[in-house]
Design a protein around this ligand. Structure first.
Ligand code: KG4
Ligand code: ZN
Length: 336
């Protein structure tokens, strides 16, 4: 089964064709990121206008890469999948309208996909090992930090999430505070942390909510603590980056494994842009041996936003959508 996926939740215009939810046939992405770097954050109106500009060329190129054109696609493609939220409304609307048009043109079912659920399915692309359920899912992106119990495909129970800043947001704000980058500075901060050979500020930052019994997170206080620590140690930027990263990763790993134990799961799945972080990957990987639970970590290029896992999520949830006869209405709400 071939699914054509569209993802336009923020500043990326992405399309992909995925076979049976696991094999990437073609993937193309355009981004307006550079424009947002100059303003130090996404201007929703600018992002949405760029989506309009990029959408059709990205659709075309995705088809060409798969050896298709709009006519042959109508025979080969089985369904259209599209991100319906969360995200910037203007950006989402461009993707949803494009998806509805293709579904009408090719007479195919249209499957709405939640962006965060999409991140989870990055684990299924080219996966050689069987992913057994139940699983604990940690989604860590620029806007979300969520712990979710996944009992099977399409069956998610929210266990906890951030009460304020998301983990990615904390990385980005700390990178900005240290003067590393004005926009999405998580990777730069992580690079600086990795360069630190001797963390002179070890243990000087809190591990927020690590000992609390719930599965919630809070990172805004950590950001304030970094600010104070930096004011007193302006010459120890690398130690601050290292200590900050250690604090965030300590909390994420601890709470994820605590949930895995409590719910006696077979697998742990990671998803979201922050999963590109090397320390988080290494520490979670080592948990596979130590806990006996299989830990799945998507390849780095599938951590940040792409349409590949949107198409995959649609495949694994296809029957469910068909049974419920769900369609996407113009307001992005999901109607029977
Ligand atoms: O999932 P994503 O691409 O977008 C959202 O759906 O929000 O995540 C982007 C987030 C940004 O906050 C970015 O700084 C962070 O992921 N990120 C990282 C790394 N690479 C990306 N954070 C820490 N370390 C990294 N290596
Ligand atoms: Zn995302």
């Amino acid at each position: 089964m071939l699914i054509f996926g569209i993802e336009t939740s923020c500043d990326e215009t992405a399309c992909a064709i995925v076979e049976n939810g696991v094999t990437q046939i073609s993937a193309v992405m355009a981004s307006s990121r550079e424009l947002h770097e100059s303003t130090g954050g996404v201007v929703p109106e600018v992002a949405a206008r760029k989506q309009v500009e990029y959408m059709v060329p990205v659709i075309n190129r995705t088809l060409v890469k798969a050896g298709l054109d709009t006519k042959s696609a109508s025979q080969k493609i089985d369904a259209i999948a599209v991100t319906v939220g969360p995200g910037i409304i203007g950006s989402l609307l461009v993707g949803v309208e494009a998806a509805r048009t293709l579904a009408l043109l090719w007479n195919k079912p249209l499957i709405p996909v939640n962006h965060l659920v999409g991140h989870v399915y990055a684990n299924f692309i080219d996966q050689k090992q069987l992913i057994n359920f139940p699983a604990i899912v940690l989604i860590v992106s620029g806007g979300h930090t969520d712990l979710v119990l996944m009992r099977r495909h399409g069956d998610f129970e929210f266990l906890g999430g951030t009460l304020d800043d998301a983990a990615g947001e904390a990385f980005d704000k700390t990178a900005r505070l240290l003067g590393l980058s004005k926009y999405l500075g998580g990777p730069e901060l992580s690079k600086l942390a990795a360069s630190c050979k001797n963390n002179k500020l070890s243990g000087r930052l809190p591990r927020p909510m690590i000992d609390q019994k719930n599965y919630d997170f809070s990172f805004s206080g950590l950001k304030t603590a970094v600010k104070r620590l930096y004011e007193q140690n302006t010459d120890l930027k690398d130690s601050i980056a290292c200590e900050f990263e250690n604090a965030v990763v300590d909390v994420l790993v601890h709470k994820t494994m605590k949930a895995a134990k409590k719910y006696n799961v077979k697998s742990v799945l990671l998803g979201g842009g922050v999963v590109a972080n090397n320390q988080l990957r290494t520490r979670m990987e080592s948990m596979t041996q130590r806990s006996g639970v299989d830990v799945f970590i998507p390849p780095i290029d599938l951590c940040t936003d792409t349409a590949v896992y949107i198409a995959s999520a649609a495949f694994f949830n296809f029957d469910m959508w068909c049974e419920k006869k769900i369609a996407v209405n113009p307001s992005l709400g999901i109607v029977d």
